[in-house]
Design a protein. Structure first.
Length: 102
């Protein structure tokens, strides 16, 4: 299970926490990680923590746009929620997108 949120440089959470309890995102990226030319999704560690800075978040947005045509309705919902968190991350300096793996 992944929890995904935006944090600042002091690790204060700045966004709602997206909990992927059903592992929708995890299963989806495992299915497409080798089939699509992805920039940074392949670096998300579903068993540990992964933090993306502004530059990486921009690449993640590109990856999500590549993945959306392959997604079903539930997968699109979580991809869109992650996109929203990406835009929030980019809205101010010193904010990071965090994926906490379980």
């Amino acid at each position: 299970m992944l929890t995904i949120y935006v944090e600042d440089f002091e690790h204060e959470i700045l966004s709602p926490v997206l909990s992927d309890n059903e592992c929708i995102f995890e299963l989806f990226i495992q299915k497409w990680i080798d089939a699509c030319p992805l920039n940074v999704v392949k670096y998300i560690d579903i068993y540990d923590d992964t933090t993306f800075n502004h530059k990486m978040v921009k690449d993640l947005l590109v990856d999500i746009d590549i993945l959306i045509p392959h997604a079903n309705e539930r997968e699109i919902q979580i991809l869109q929620q992650i996109k929203d968190l990406c835009f929030l991350t980019l809205s101010s300096e010193h904010q990071y997108l965090r994926f906490d793996g379980d």
